[in-house]
Design a protein around this ligand. Structure first.
Ligand code: PAP
Length: 272
């Protein structure tokens, strides 16, 4: 409510949107690196000493306890949110700022979410987490609604809403980093291409690289009133890990629900 009442989006803002556990940390790192690529060298990059969540703040957390002073951040502001599109203030669409949306196969999302939740609720079993997820009881609402709202908006306003999937980013990171840079109005120059800047960004933000850094292995930081170990944002970073935790029947059940909800939308998640 504070965000709806007080957030004043600017046309130059870039808002990264994800359902929780869909690649938020990765997307934050990639866009931070893309947007700031002329400011820092790769040898002395802020991502080597700061967790991606410390580089790109969550809107809902900025507005959680108090009215946040976002005016002080110089443009273009890089912000993130897990909020469903229908809960974002309408001024976000009206001002014409850009949104980058990243989603992921819901089967991998629920497994990732369960591992994360167990840090706080070690007694929670996967079947409990799975049933809640299938009933639509999730942070940020039912995942299918979250995805469909942004999908439809990306079809309606493709120049302002970019819709990406984790699996496609993993399969083709270089192409997708180029796509991201073009979408945010900062395409790579021929010289940057020749110098391998795209590949450097991909390498800097790879799961293996980020998760091996001291800053992401040790210590904790405050996120929305919670103290979270920095390492909790790095688990496996793989496509299809659900199969190591869920039965085939569970996978089929969630696939069926998602397929039903997405019927007619033109959107699907490949079976993995
Ligand atoms: P959130 O809680 O803010 O939404 P988010 O980054 O979406 O964070 O969730 C963490 C997931 O992203 C983890 O997935 P997993 O449990 O299936 O392993 C984490 O490993 C994965 N992740 C973090 N960094 C990267 C990265 N650089 N590349 C790919 N996946 C990553």
């Amino acid at each position: 409510m504070a965000l709806q009442d007080h957030f004043k989006p600017r046309p130059s803002d870039l808002i990264l949107v994800t359902p929780p556990k869909s690649g938020t940390t990765w997307l934050k790192a990639l866009l931070f690196a893309i947007m700031n690529r002329t400011k820092y060298t790769f040898a002395q990059h802020p991502l080597l000493t700061r967790n991606p969540h410390e580089c790109v703040p969550f809107l809902e957390i900025l507005f959680r306890d108090q009215i946040s002073d976002l005016e002080a951040i110089p443009p273009p502001r890089l912000l993130a949110t897990h909020l469903p599109y229908s809960i974002l203030p309408t001024s976000v669409a009206d001002c014409g700022c850009r949104l980058v949306y990243l989603c992921r196969d819901p089967k991998d999302v629920v497994v990732s979410l369960w591992h994360f939740a167990r840090k706080d609720r070690p007694d929670m079993g996967l079947s409990e987490a799975f049933e809640l997820f299938c009933d639509g009881v999730s942070l940020s609402g039912p995942i299918w609604d979250h995805i469909l709202e942004y999908w439809r908006e990306s079809l309606r306003r493709s120049e302002k809403v970019l819709f990406l999937k984790y699996e496609e980013m993993m399969a083709e990171p270089v192409g997708n980093v180029r796509r991201l840079a073009e979408f945010v109005g900062r395409p790579f120059s021929e010289e940057e291409e020749k110098d391998g800047v795209v590949e450097e960004i991909v390498q800097l933000c790879r799961f293996e690289k980020l998760s091996s850094m001291e800053v992401n292995k040790k210590g904790a930081y405050e996120l929305g009133g919670l103290t979270l170990p920095r390492e909790s944002f790095f688990r496996k970073g793989k496509v299809g890990d659900w199969a190591n935790h869920m039965s085939r029947e569970m996978g089929e059940k969630l696939d069926r629900i998602v397929q039903e909800k997405m019927a007619g939308s033109g959107l699907s998640f490949q079976a993995s």
